[in-house]
Design a protein around this ligand. Structure first.
Ligand code: ZN
Length: 384
């Protein structure tokens, strides 16, 4: 079968899996405006949704992480009430479902939402209720999606054990795992060892932001001290991969370990370009990780701040790296295999939803290529 190049509209119809997406980085611009008006919040640079969307998108390459994070001061300020948290969570699920995502783990840091007196359990319950609302709304439109939460602790703070306990407490009602995020330099993952040990003792799951702005020591600690099952970003693992002049590649000990053990990399290409971690999308290491068969997954990180969806991210990479359907299917299956979701349920999604979905799209593309028909345009939104 000829592997015709997938179009954005076709990719939107493909069953996709998202493992690295931040709740406070994915609000609808219209919702940011409405919440600001409702709450009397005066900090926004504009009350026009389109202008605001453009402001949020940090589209200058090599913009530094500090500036990139500025947008979060606004979204987080507006997510201090249970009603707002529930609404944002529900809309997140609806937006992912509309984009064709069938399984997602969406993360947030409960400790950032306590400014107006909410306690940690109330915050988690509000978000989980929102996820349930969103899944129900999506189902009424004929879109089946499963969304689970990852609870993030801030690496600059000292509440990680409390957040790990919070995550374990809600494991049976929608929380899938634990994460640590925030500036890497000066805040090694080993500061949060007790939290990761708690997660391990409870036979629970952990991923960890490591190897984004900072290099190999951060990744090594995440894996060998904190026992993280996946790497949030992990893109700097490329520092342990050498491409020789003749095109052959050799892996250092850490990169070889990550590949041999099939440790998933939650890669977020556009986000990395916006924060200056990668010089451009064309030069992003995801292409090499894919070629070398690392357990590569592709993710959005912050849909609002990066102006992306999972489909647009896949489409941009397909164009930049010449990826076809087989690559996109491989990425989706990799992500599903790596999810913090029960084994039987992962298999059911892979065999019952993901593989048949890609097969149908590949067949459609092959048919169009054989008949010299253009890829369909503008049909993605119509099916709800
Ligand atoms: Zn992230």
């Amino acid at each position: 079968m000829q592997d015709a190049s997938p179009s954005l509209d076709q990719i939107r119809r493909a069953p996709k899996v998202l493992l690295h997406d931040h709740l406070d980085g994915g609000l609808r611009p219209e919702t940011v405006v409405e919440l600001a008006v409702e709450q009397g919040y005066r900090g926004l640079p504009s009350l026009d949704a389109a202008e605001l969307a453009a402001w949020f998108v940090a589209d200058t390459p090599r913009r530094d992480l500090v500036r990139y994070l500025e947008g979060f001061t606004h979204t987080v300020a507006l997510m201090q009430h249970t009603t707002a948290l529930r609404r944002v969570a529900a809309e997140c699920v609806e937006d992912l479902a509309t984009d064709g995502v069938v399984y997602a783990e969406v993360r947030f840091a409960p400790e950032l939402h306590t400014e107006r007196g909410l306690d940690l359990d109330e915050i988690v319950e509000a978000v989980l209720a929102g996820f349930a609302d969103g899944m129900a709304t999506a189902a009424t439109k004929g879109r089946l999606i499963v969304v689970r939460a990852l609870l993030t602790a801030m690496r600059t703070a000292a509440r990680s054990l409390e957040i790990a306990e919070l995550a374990v407490r809600h494991r049976d009602v929608g929380v899938a795992g634990f994460d640590v995020a925030g500036p890497e330099a000066g805040y090694p993952p080993t500061r949060h060892l007790d939290a990761f040990q708690h997660v391990q003792r409870e036979n629970f799951h952990a991923t960890l932001h490591a190897g984004e702005a900072f290099g190999l020591p951060s990744i090594w600690q995440a894996l060998q001290w904190c026992n993280a099952e996946r790497l949030g970003h992990g893109v700097r693992l490329i520092d342990d991969v050498t491409v020789h002049e003749d095109g052959t590649v050799s892996l250092g000990r850490l990169a070889a370990y990550v590949r041999d053990r099939r440790i998933p990399l939650e890669l977020c290409p556009t986000s990395n370009v916006h924060t200056g971690v990668a010089a451009s999308l064309d030069q992003h290491p995801i292409a090499l990780f894919r070629r070398l068969n690392f357990r590569t997954t592709i993710n959005t990180d912050n849909r609002l701040m990066s102006g992306v969806t999972l489909s647009s991210e896949m489409a941009r990479c397909a164009e930049a790296f010449g990826w076809g359907w087989s690559d996109l299917r491989w990425l989706s299956i990799n992500a599903m295999k790596s999810a913090f979701y029960p084994f039987d349920d992962r298999l059911a999604l892979i065999n019952g939803v993901i593989k048949p979905g890609y097969e149908a799209l590949e067949a459609e593309s092959a048919f169009r290529v054989s008949r010299h028909l253009p890829a369909p345009r503008g049909t993605a939104a119509a099916d709800g």
